[in-house]
Design a binder for this molecule. Structure first.
Ligand code: FAD
Length: 463
């Protein structure tokens, strides 16, 4: 085999691509990876990591307020946007280096350039002005996704989540358009950092696809903290007005903002890759259609992660990459079940969820028992903060299995991660009840819920 021939060529060194390249190389495959941007992809550079760092920063703002109730007579100091940006940038540069070491350490060849298919087995990559041609036995497309921008007049004045972490000036007034998890997180985080935030939502609730009680409760809690939400509204146009932006809504109402963020969806990065010429079938939204082992319509071209338009989460891209490498270079025994994938929304307060929503479960099971608890957590007994917590269990009455577990409250992701193991193991409500709580915690409520809040028959949609 010449040096330009590989067993696996990976396009994209993000979450899925790096994991696949490393695992394949560790199994002895000859691997090349092309990356046009920063190593680590969206999660490391423009997603999970900077977002979580900024969420921590925003929590410090709240902590100054809460501390007063506990006897610390502190005033909230001025927040320094430049410090946060530069420290984030330094940490991410460090992580980029970690990813590079992971790839090189595993023996994969790293190509810093944009790759595209020239024929079903051949790829072209432009690296530092030099055109390279690679021949691959297998190709993995792990090119991720990009934010979709709206088709409204003045849309070019708005930014996407890609720009939010490095805005030249901190937005004193921020308008967030969208109701999905990225929109809600950005609204919460920037509000926590000190911005006046207005969130514009086309429909009637936040977080479509999440449990209705969770969505309603989160809207209420974010609203109490001061995020202004307008439901049933659409932007007619954006215009410049001096230093500010003027947002005109469909009802003629106008708002002024320093920054307008559009977080209204993401599209698969499949354009310009030569996929269709190679015979790869794309779905209606441009995503690569794959089977259970991540094979596209061309048998040696595979895809994992956001580009497949399934669950756009880093751990999902990582798990898919592991299943694929096992199928190509291992025993072929691994699989991934999508039913009980836990996820968190890093709003303030945060959301953690695993399993079915009440509505989804209502379509799958004859009869459900719903357990709900809404309370003021002990932490806020003295803080003076009016934040409440919601816990919810959805139980299949026939089997007694807990099929949905949802939380809105501090550290919801940390809490739900542990319960996800129990759910994956098929835990029943009786087993939850037989588990001793840790006192005093918020999470203990999940094992002390005894009262059925309501029973739901198949097909009944909660109001
Ligand atoms: C604001 C935000 C917050 C998020 N928060 C979370 C979170 O808290 N938790 C979570 O689990 N997920 C989160 N996500 C989602 C998560 O980041 C993605 O699901 C994950 O990064 C997908 O991994 P991937 O490998 O599919 O793609 P990516 O990580 O995006 O990697 C794709 C890579 O391919 C490269 N590329 C594209 N085309 C080419 C080409 N032609 N040649 C060479 N390279 C190419 C890109 O430059 C990129 O580096 C968040 C996303 C965003 C935008």
């Amino acid at each position: 085999m010449s040096s330009k021939e590989v067993d696996l060529f990976v396009i994209g060194a993000g979450s899925g691509g790096v994991r696949a390249a490393r695992l394949a190389a560790q199994r002895g495959a000859k691997v090349a990876v092309a990356e046009t941007g920063a190593l680590g992809g969206t999660c490391v550079n423009l997603g999970c990591i900077p977002k979580k760092l900024y969420s921590y920063a925003a929590h410090y703002g709240e902590a100054f307020e809460e501390a007063r109730g506990y006897g610390w007579p502190v005033q909230r100091p001025a927040f320094d946007w430049e410090t946060l940006k530069s420290k984030r940038a330094r940490e991410i540069t460090r992580l980029n280096g970690v990813y590079e070491n992971v790839l090189r350490g595993a023996g994969a060849t790293l190509l810093r350039g944009r790759a595209r298919l020239l024929s079903p087995h051949d790829l072209g990559v432009e690296v530092e002005g030099e055109r390279q041609r690679w021949h691959a036995r297998h190709i993995l497309v792990a090119t991720g996704s990009h934010p979709l921008m709206p088709d409204v007049p003045g849309a070019e004045l708005a930014v996407s989540s890609n720009e939010m972490f490095d805005l030249p000036r901190f937005p004193r007034r921020l308008v967030v358009v969208g109701a999905g998890y990225i929109a809600c997180e950005m609204a919460s985080i920037f509000h926590g950092l000190g911005a006046e935030v207005t969130q514009l939502v086309r429909g009637t609730q936040l977080l479509r696809g999440f449990d209705d009680d969770v969505a309603r409760f989160l809207a209420q809690e974010m609203g109490k903290k001061g995020v202004q939400q307008r439901f049933g509204t659409r932007v007619r146009c954006l215009e410049r007005d001096g230093d500010a932006l003027r947002v005109t809504l469909h009802d003629g109402h106008r708002l002024h903002a320093d920054t307008v963020l559009y977080a209204t969806g993401r599209g698969a990065n499949t354009a310009g890759l030569g996929l269709q010429d190679a015979g790869v079938r794309l779905g209606d939204a441009g995503e690569i259609v794959v089977d259970a082992r991540y094979r596209s319509s061309v048998h040696h071209i595979h895809a994992v992660g956001d580009v497949t338009g399934r669950l756009q989460l880093t751990p999902v891209a990582l798990a898919e990459a592991a299943v694929l490498v096992d199928a190509l270079f291992g025993e072929g025994t691994r699989g991934l079940a999508y039913d009980n994938i836990p996820t968190a929304v890093f709003t303030h307060p945060s959301v953690g969820t695993v399993g079915w929503t009440e509505a989804q479960a209502g379509e799958r099971f004859d009869r459900l028992r719903i357990y709900l608890s809404e309370f003021k957590p002990l932490r806020h007994a003295l803080s003076g903060v009016d934040e409440r917590t919601l816990l919810k269990l959805v139980v299949d009455d026939a089997s007694d299995r807990v099929v949905g577990l949802h939380m809105v409250g501090a550290e919801a992701g940390e809490t739900v991660q542990g319960f996800a193991v129990a759910m994956n193991a098929g835990a029943t409500k009786a087993q939850f009840d037989a588990t001793v709580g840790i006192h005093p915690t918020v999470a203990e409520e999940f094992v002390t819920l005894r009262e059925v809040a309501r029973e739901v028959q198949r097909g009944h949609r909660p109001k």
